[in-house]
Design a protein around this ligand. Structure first.
Ligand code: HC1
Ligand code: SF4
Length: 581
């Protein structure tokens, strides 16, 4: 260890600790802009680029960036001398001299780290902006994400998420000086790059440089159109995070408030993606057992492990990186898309409406869902099964702009039939949950026995890659789980190399699964927030009267009245898909 003093307080830290972290230990919060501590996810962003975190170190001529300067024995550090404060203000003024001043209409306004820092440092004037020209870039709008590089401050957080955590490599620093920014190779548009639309770059961007494509104006227009019946479905992970946008603690469950707010917004039917998740389990669980059965009979052509396919970021990553394995994932559509397909067929029939008269809106913790619902394979004669997908953040905006008092609103329940769901569906929202839900159903279908315990804690947690063997009444089923595309790549590479032997694998693109999605209230890589959301998911599951998908009475009815049985021809037509490279 080494001993030093910071602001006249003594502290002892491990060798190699940065001044920033040593100060944190003392409760001294040095301001940072580009720095991002994601060590729980195995990564850290410290390019020491912005220089906001500079401190004075006795005996050194230059100020030191505290995020990247290590503590040494006897160091005397001062974090807020006049010289330090002056330097921080100058740094801020320089950054702002090349930053647009359209804060009033910026999608990040009110949640922008740069704006907050300008407030904190009391910036009132930007020297030189009268004569200096700002660098400008072409705006890039993809199906899910908008890149507005005029607002990029080169913090490199997005690059760290995309390259180090997701291993997608869609973004890297380009150009020099004022024209430097982060972009796909050859400065192509995002939709020409290997981007998966996971949105993790958006989740950590400190400014308005990376934001989601806003679908809320289209949703408002649909609600206002008397000729349209507008149906909303809400993803499992939204209910454990939406409250954060209204000042509630991470992990507060707001299912009933969210439902009531959606009704007040004017949706005609407030349904639940969880219904789609229960349906996914019926189809995917049956597919898993069918493949497993054939494998046990010695069928050499059967593809195992079966991979979950409900995460669209993961599906795109898979299509881009594993074209030799396109027949391996489950063919089951995601719950979002199964919901849309059933809403525009079975439910439309019940209402006596055509699919064109219905508008299906999804509320998702995800930005890739915006892309998923636009994919051609999820359209009938050009009409999409899900018309618009809005993020948890966009829903919060809609609620705020409609003057709904979220804190006070009384809880309400979802509509039926497509608002009924089980605990198994809720846990889809966190890593390990899809496969746990599948096991709850597949076990009972395979063995004909009732499960004695529903909580498969061996499948839970936040380790990047996990595995467990579940005993199906004498048949050991090997299960693998990964969250984060970098972890997924490691796991899949070992499958491709024949080094591991799994029967089923669940993969989710985002940290913690959908609870850490790119459309959620920004997590900024804070694992404590993700943990709190995860605990809330399991609380919701534990409190549900029905916790196995095959016991959802409205799912049973759907098969009786409409689909026949899982993987029937009709189910196959409506609920399954194929993958393309
Ligand atoms: Fe997810 Fe899913 S769990 S993908 O993470 O399978 O987005 O929440 O809606 O479709 O159900 C997201 C969450 C979500 C789907 C389900
Ligand atoms: Fe990379 Fe995901 Fe951002 Fe695309 S959305 S650039 S894959 S981090």
């Amino acid at each position: 260890t080494v001993k030093l003093t910071i602001d006249n307080k003594a502290v002892e830290v491990e060798k190699g600790t940065t001044i920033y972290k040593a100060a944190k230990k003392l409760g001294i919060d040095i301001p940072v802009l580009c720095y991002m501590d994601l060590h729980d996810l195995g990564i850290e962003n410290k390019p020491a680029g912005c220089r906001i975190c500079v401190v004075e170190v006795e005996g050194r001529r230059n100020l030191a960036p505290s995020c990247s300067t290590n503590c040494t024995e006897g160091l005397v550090v001062k974090t807020h001398t006049p010289r330090v404060i002056n330097a921080r203000r100058t740094v801020m003024e320089l950054i702002l001299s090349d930053h647009p001043k359209d804060c009033l209409i910026c999608p990040k306004s009110g949640r922008c780290d740069l704006q907050d820092m300008a407030v904190k440092l009391g910036i009132r004037h930007i020297p030189g902006q009268e004569f200096a020209e700002m660098s400008t870039y072409r705006k890039d709008t993809s199906p899910a994400i908008i890149r507005d590089m005029d607002k990029c401050i080169m913090c490199r957080r997005c690059e760290t998420m995309c390259n180090d955590f997701q291993t997608v490599g869609a973004l890297s620093g380009v150009n020099r000086g004022f024209m430097s920014c982060v972009a796909p190779a050859f400065e192509q548009d995002l939709d020409k790059s290997p981007c998966t639309y996971c949105g993790q770059c958006v989740a950590v961007c400190p400014t308005g440089a990376l934001t989601e494509v806003d679908h809320t104006p289209k949703v408002i227009r649909a609600i206002a159109d008397p000729k349209k019946t507008v149906i909303v479905q809400t993803a499992p992970a939204v209910r454990v995070a939406l409250g954060e946008e209204f000042g509630l603690k991470p992990g507060t469950l707001v299912t009933g408030k969210m439902t009531a707010a959606l009704r007040q917004l004017g949706f005609d039917y407030v349904f639940d993606t969880d219904f789609g998740a229960d349906l996914t389990i019926m189809e995917e669980g049956t597919e898993m057992l069918t493949r497993l059965g054939k494998f046990l009979e010695g069928d050499k052509d059967v593809k195992l492990p079966i991979l979950t396919s409900c995460c669209p970021g993961w599906v795109t990553f898979f299509e881009n990186n594993y074209p030799d394995m396109l027949d391996v994932p489950s063919t089951a559509k995601s719950p979002q898309q199964m919901f849309g397909a059933i809403a525009k067929s079975y439910f439309a029939e019940q209402l006596g409406k055509t699919r064109e008269e219905l508008v299906v809106v999804s509320v998702m913790p995800c930005l890739a869902k915006k892309y998923e619902c636009q994919r051609d394979e999820f359209k009938v004669d050009g009409n999409p099964d899900v018309d618009f997908s809005i993020s948890t953040r966009e829903l919060a905006h809609l609620i705020k702009e409609s003057n709904i008092n979220f804190a006070e609103i009384a809880e309400e329940d979802f509509d039926r039939p497509m608002g009924e769901s089980t605990g198994a569906a809720v846990i889809f929202g966190t890593t390990g949950g899809v496969i746990e839900a599948a096991v709850r159903t597949a076990y009972e279908l395979q063995t004909g026995k009732k499960l004695e315990r529903l909580d498969f804690t061996e499948l839970r947690g936040l380790d990047g890659i996990r595995s467990a063997t579940i005993d199906f009444n004498g048949l050991p089923v090997n299960i693998g789980i990964a969250h984060g595309l970098g972890n997924a790549r490691k796991l899949l590479d070992s499958v491709r190399a024949g080094e591991v032997n799994f029967h089923a694998i669940e993969i989710m693109a985002c940290p913690g699964g959908c609870i850490g999605g790119g459309g959620q209230p920004l997590h900024h890589g804070n694992i404590a927030i993700i943990k709190a959301r995860q605990e809330a998911i399991y609380r919701e599951d534990a409190g549900k009267p029905i916790r196995k998908s095959h016991e959802n009475p409205y799912i049973i009815k759907l098969y009786e009245e409409f689909l026949g049985k899982p993987m029937s021809e009709k189910a196959h037509h409506l609920l399954h898909t194929a993958y393309f490279d």
